[in-house]
Design a protein. Structure first.
Length: 220
């Protein structure tokens, strides 16, 4: 069962999302919060797998709350949900550590699927936002950036570099585990080590680093 916390200052939105999740056999809404500050308290209380986080809220907004949640010893996955389809909002919440981004007009079935994929470790982005992300962060022919990425990854073990390769190719922890003949928990442990060594906490950043180093085009 995937446990979800809904964070939104609009009670109608929260009610609608709860109704959507009630229709899924494998997703359960375990709590609600009305702003970013309350979301941190609720995460520590109910320990959700995924936080569905609105970005525009009074007080502490979704980006600030996401950044604070990423400081927790075992942070949940955060899936941003908002009406504002702007590149600045996308990049801001991803920089804060979110695993993905959805618009509030996303069909209910797609919201449920996005929560499932987020829980499995996938990054949820529209194709347009994926292009924006690569345009902002990737090499785009910059040899210096490529050299820096290769040098950064050189400190990792061969197995850890394989994990980065599969993250860059968009695989979930379970899929990576199958490729490497190990459990998802072992993959998670590898990722924790990688994040510590590279001093990053964002899976998206890791994917971009792997892309810069040319790993996303490596044979699977």
């Amino acid at each position: 069962m995937i446990h979800v916390l809904i964070v939104d200052d609009d009670p109608l939105v929260r009610a609608g999302l709860r109704f959507i999740f009630d229709s899924a056999d494998d997703v359960e809404c375990v709590g609600e919060a009305t702003d970013g500050k309350e979301s941190i308290v609720e995460v520590e209380r109910v320990h959700p797998d995924v936080v569905l986080m609105d970005l525009r809220m009074p007080g502490m907004d979704g980006r600030e709350a996401t950044a604070e949640l990423m400081k927790l010893p075992e942070p949940p996955k955060v899936l941003a949900l908002t009406t504002f389809d702007t590149d600045a909002h996308v990049l801001s919440v991803l920089d804060a550590g979110a695993s993905g981004y959805l618009l509030k007009d996303t069909p209910p079935a797609e919201i449920i699927d996005a929560v499932r994929e987020t829980a499995e470790g996938r990054t949820i982005l529209s194709s347009r936002h994926a292009r924006v992300l690569l345009d902002k962060y990737s090499v785009n022919g910059n040899n210096a950036r490529k050299d820096q990425a290769i040098e950064a990854l050189s400190q990792l073990t061969e197995r850890e570099r394989e994990v980065v390769q599969y993250v860059a190719q968009g695989l979930t922890n379970a899929e990576i585990g199958k490729r490497l003949h190990c459990s998802p928990a072992t993959v998670k442990a590898h990722l924790a080590s990688i994040f510590t060594q590279l001093q990053i906490t964002n899976r998206v950043r890791l994917a971009v680093l792997g892309h810069d180093a040319g790993l996303s085009d490596s044979p699977t």
